[in-house]
Design a protein around this ligand. Structure first.
Ligand SMILES: Cc1cc2nc3c(=O)[nH]c(=O)nc-3n(C[C@H](O)[C@H](O)[C@H](O)COP(=O)(O)OP(=O)(O)OC[C@H]3O[C@@H](n4cnc5c(N)ncnc54)[C@H](O)[C@@H]3O)c2cc1C
Length: 398
């Protein structure tokens, strides 16, 4: 039998998801080829100048909040282990403003219900607004593009730029995968799909209910404000990195044009002014049209939870098995067939930076059938299977 060192994987997409998969594969010593359509990594969602890293929390434990918290602590461990503070521009400290009593109640409870230590999150006041806040001392504003490139550098895959995966298939004889790009043809052992919103072009995964969501951010010269930490209040204003701050982000799932919208910049600016009036002395004299803007696209799943796992093979699904017959004596069980060596990491929504490292670790270990010290219900909650099961129950698979 061939060892992992003798096996080859293709990773499609060099955003933070693809980079995280390359890093997880490098720990397994698997030869990796990273395909990227663009001329450089992190040109799409992972290319924003600054993004924030912190966990999603709910009042009581849910699969989403538990995964997010574990992913956040995993991110911090990897950050420390790889010494990323020396290579990725960043600023520590995130204040999440709690402006209503129900928000205060939700987040104070979440600290207790998730048993979160003060080193991760604590009750606090944001110094500029003097509003109650949840404070993440190790939460970060950082450069997503540099983080992505740094992970790729550490994993050192064979990088193929301007190389687009156009088709792939599984060979019946030996389960190997034939992947064709615009330039070459590869025969490999594993395939990992991390194309972001362009997953719709892949006929084997475009049934997964995910959608493209437009987001616009504004780049503000750092001298405008003095905040030392990033401040989140629905929108966010980051701490300074490389001479600028980012005000973000808009959210539009219906109109997706790439051109920036000045009205969106004005709305974000006015919201910032109303939430943090003391940050700036003379708001009225500022010409917001002078600020840089950037539009990019999140990929968001139907339930807003990431999509991580072995890819189901719909072409061999037995659609004669009906949910309505489930309680009959001689019913056939519903079984999901898979492409055993093909994994997907997508649907990272608005938290790709926080979630992708752990998601990639889970994905690679599940394709290699290795166990992980993570509760099974969390791993299962991420699988694309959940959508198939929902479709099956609603009789939508025919
Ligand atoms: C405005 C905005 C603000 C955000 N702010 C934050 C934040 O503060 N914190 C946070 O955690 N998250 C944030 N996010 C979310 C985060 O940016 C995303 O979750 C993350 O970047 C998604 O990474 P990805 O690798 O899945 O996708 P992408 O970065 O889009 O990468 C996909 C890559 O695949 C390539 N590709 C596609 N198809 C093919 C193909 N067939 N062959 C070869 N290559 C292909 C593309 O060229 C692209 O490089 C924000 C998102 C937006 C839009």
């Amino acid at each position: 039998m061939r060892t992992l060192e003798e096996k080859t994987a293709i990773v499609v997409g060099s955003g933070i998801a693809g980079a995280s998969i390359c890093y997880a594969l490098s720990k397994q010593n698997i030869n990796t080829i990273l395909l990227e359509s663009e001329s450089a990594p992190a040109k799409h969602a992972s290319g924003n100048p600054i993004g924030v890293v912190y966990p999603f929390l709910t009042k009581h434990k849910t699969a989403e909040s538990e995964f997010s918290l574990i992913a956040y602590t995993h991110f911090l461990e990897v950050w420390e282990r790889l010494g990323l503070e020396n290579s990725v521009p960043h600023a520590n400290g995130i204040h999440f403003l709690l402006e209503t009593e129900s928000n205060v109640d939700r987040y104070w409870h979440s600290l207790l219900s998730h048993q979160i230590p003060e080193s991760i999150a604590k009750q606090s006041f944001e110094p500029n607004s003097q509003k109650k806040a949840l404070y993440f001392p190790k939460g970060k504003a950082l450069s997503p593009a540099i983080l992505t490139k740094e992970l790729i550098r550490l994993a050192h895959p064979t990088m193929k730029l301007q190389s687009t995966l156009v088709s792939w298939r599984e060979k019946e004889s030996d389960g190997k995968l034939i992947c064709e790009t615009n330039e070459e043809k590869f025969e490999v052992d594993f395939l990992f799909l991390a194309q972001g919103y362009q997953f719709t072009k892949d006929p084997f995964s475009n049934w997964i209910p995910m959608k493209q969501v437009r987001g616009q951010i504004v780049q503000i010269p750092s001298a405008f404000f003095q905040n030392q930490t990033s401040i989140l209040y629905g929108d966010y204003l980051t701490a300074e990195i490389n001479g600028e701050r980012v005000l973000g982000a808009s959210f539009d799932e219906f109109h997706l044009e790439i051109e920036p919208r000045i009205n969106e910049t004005i709305t974000m600016w006015e919201t910032l002014q109303s939430k943090l009036p003391i940050l700036h002395n003379d708001w009225k004299t500022v010409d917001v049209s002078q600020f840089g803007t950037r539009v990019s696209y999140r990929t968001q799943s139907q339930d807003r939870h990431p999509v991580v796992g072995k890819l189901p093979n719909l072409s061999t699904l037995d659609t004669t098995v009906k949910y309505q017959n489930m309680f009959r004596k001689d019913h056939k069980p519903f079984q999901i067939p898979y492409y055993e060596s093909v994994g997907i990491l997508n649907g990272l929504g608005s938290r790709g930076l926080t979630h992708s490292l752990l998601a990639a670790e889970i994905l690679v270990k599940s394709i290699l059938n290795q166990t992980m010290d993570i509760p099974n219900n969390l791993i299962n909650s991420l699988k694309p299977d959940r959508f198939l099961l929902r479709m099956w129950k609603r009789d939508q698979l025919t």
